[in-house]
Design a protein around this ligand. Structure first.
Ligand code: ADP
Ligand code: ASP
Ligand code: MG
Length: 448
């Protein structure tokens, strides 16, 4: 059985949903994971923010605006009057439910339930479309099997057991539809896998059913060598290893949720990144193999990084110093991304500032502490070893005009990362595009 995930743009209009039907209705058994229609989760976040600020009237206006949009989509989506009426009545319930959150003491549980409505609506609408076309499919509620632990990690054993139970109910059915992104937490409450989480759902479901392949269908023909939103020209990467793809996803390549490669890697399931707008394009294949071809694969950038430097004479010739430093981060459950050390100082980066004040306070016991916020990690991925130093030389030549705060090389054979101030990000990506990939750096001036 395969798992196919379609992102927001791929289900973003009536026409797009109909295209997805064409891609999923064939003899191959599959589970189809859908995101919310594009823009929906952002709007739900905005509605949640308005409710948190007690701006009920504005929230209601936004809910109603969204409802009108959904009604227009459904009007175009279905040709049978009976199915259309059923679908509109079903989605009306989602909107009525959202309106029950328009209260003074809007809380986090309501916010999570609100965010879940996007995927609940897109999958319901899609299932009605399949029903109208006489396709034998079943809508599997993700909330019946997707679960996260108290550490917010997917509960893989639970998911495996419960998805098997769900599937067993429907002998003879080959097409299942389910929601991406949403899950239950350890208390049974509605929760989610964080923004962009539908990719993660697909990979977790793939793992749980031991799928033969996971396909991530989106609006671009695979992982590109650079962020197409930042640079003038990019090209797709044909093949990536799980580790290379995971690194790119973690360090900012938006096409994949940061954690979404791990479950596929655990079960050694090939992942394909494919384009709904151009279904015959080759896209990117992600497997154990890095593949031949270009040694330098791609670059990604992760924003919102904080650099922390601890300077201490006590570090000189001492052992146990780094352990004490790391223990501080462990106590506050704050992961470290990059680290560089010298005899008298250690610099490291984090992307979660929730406990920054407490961490800095504890680190001050070791020496002087400097904190730089608003940093960006630029991560170059490829086979660094085969290039024998060429790669580093090319990278630093390309970045000669970009001030670098930290450099990490040798942590793994397929990555070099540098840290720079966020304001240098676009320039760095563009210079790398020119110097390492031989592609256009700057974006063409936008025509007005
Ligand atoms: P979906 O809604 O299908 O999940 P996303 O918007 O989350 O789609 O991801 C696809 C987008 O990721 C692309 O449209 C592109 O702008 C952006 N992107 C950023 N970096 C890359 C990259 N290296 N390769 C491909 N796409 C990228
Ligand atoms: N709808 C969710 C989001 O916009 C999940 C996803 O699209 O992957 O973040
Ligand atoms: Mg996405």
């Amino acid at each position: 059985m395969k798992v196919l995930k379609f992102g927001g743009t791929s289900v973003g209009s009536a026409a797009r949903m109909k295209d997805v039907v064409k891609l999923v209705v064939n003899d191959e058994p599959k589970i189809v994971v859908l995101s919310a229609m594009s823009g929906t989760t952002n709007t739900l976040v905005e509605i949640g923010n308005l409710l948190s600020k007690n701006k009920q009237a504005e929230a209601v206006a936004k809910i109603e605006e969204m409802e009108a949009k959904y009604n227009a989509v459904m009007d175009e989506l279905y040709s049978s009057a009976a199915v259309k009426a059923k679908a509109i009545a079903a989605i009306k319930e989602n909107f009525s439910f959202m309106k029950t959150f328009v209260v003074k003491a809007f809380n986090i549980y309501q916010e999570r339930a609100l965010l879940a409505q996007g995927e609940l609506m897109s999958t319901a609408m899609f299932q009605f479309l399949l029903e109208e076309q006489g396709v034998n499919s079943v809508l599997l509620p993700a909330l019946n099997f997707m679960k996260i632990t108290k550490d917010e990690e997917p509960d893989l054993a639970y998911i495996k057991e419960h998805i098997a139970k769900e599937l067993k109910k429907y002998g003879g059915v080959d097409l299942f539809i389910t929601q991406g992104f949403i899950c239950r937490n350890t208390f049974g409450e509605i929760d989610n896998l964080k923004r962009g989480g539908s990719d993660y759902t697909a990979s977790i479901v793939g793992y749980a059913i031991n799928s033969s392949e996971i396909q991530i269908w989106t609006d671009i023909d695979g992982m590109h060598n650079n962020d197409p939103r930042m640079v003038g020209e990019t090209r797709p990467v044909a093949q990536l290893s799980f580790d290379e793809a995971a690194e790119l996803a973690y360090f900012g390549a938006k096409i994949l949720h940061p954690q979404s490669i791990l479950p596929a890697k655990l079960a050694n399931i090939p992942v394909k990144l494919l384009n709904t707008m151009d279904p015959t394009a080759k896209g990117t294949t992600i497997t154990e193999e890095s593949g031949k071809g270009e040694a330098i694969k791609a670059v990604a950038a992760k924003d919102g990084i904080t650099a922390i430097k601890i300077k201490s004479a006590r570090m000189l010739l001492a052992y146990g110093f780094l352990r004490s430093v790391f223990e501080v981060f462990e106590r506050y459950r704050t992961p470290i991304d990059m680290i560089t050390t010298s005899e008298v100082a250690v610099s490291l980066t984090i992307d979660d500032n929730a406990h920054l004040t407490e961490i800095v306070k504890e680190l001050e016991a070791f020496g002087t502490v400097e904190v730089d916020k608003d940093q960006t990690i630029i991560c170059l991925v490829g086979d660094m070893i085969s290039e024998e130093g060429e790669m580093a030389m090319k990278l630093f030549t390309a970045l000669k005009e970009v001030p670098l705060r930290m450099i990490s090389y040798g942590g793994s054979r397929h990555n070099i990362s540098v840290l720079t101030n966020a304001e240098n990000k676009v320039k760095a990506l563009q210079k790398i595009n020119e110097g390492l990939f031989g592609l256009k750096g700057a974006k063409a001036a936008q025509k007005v």
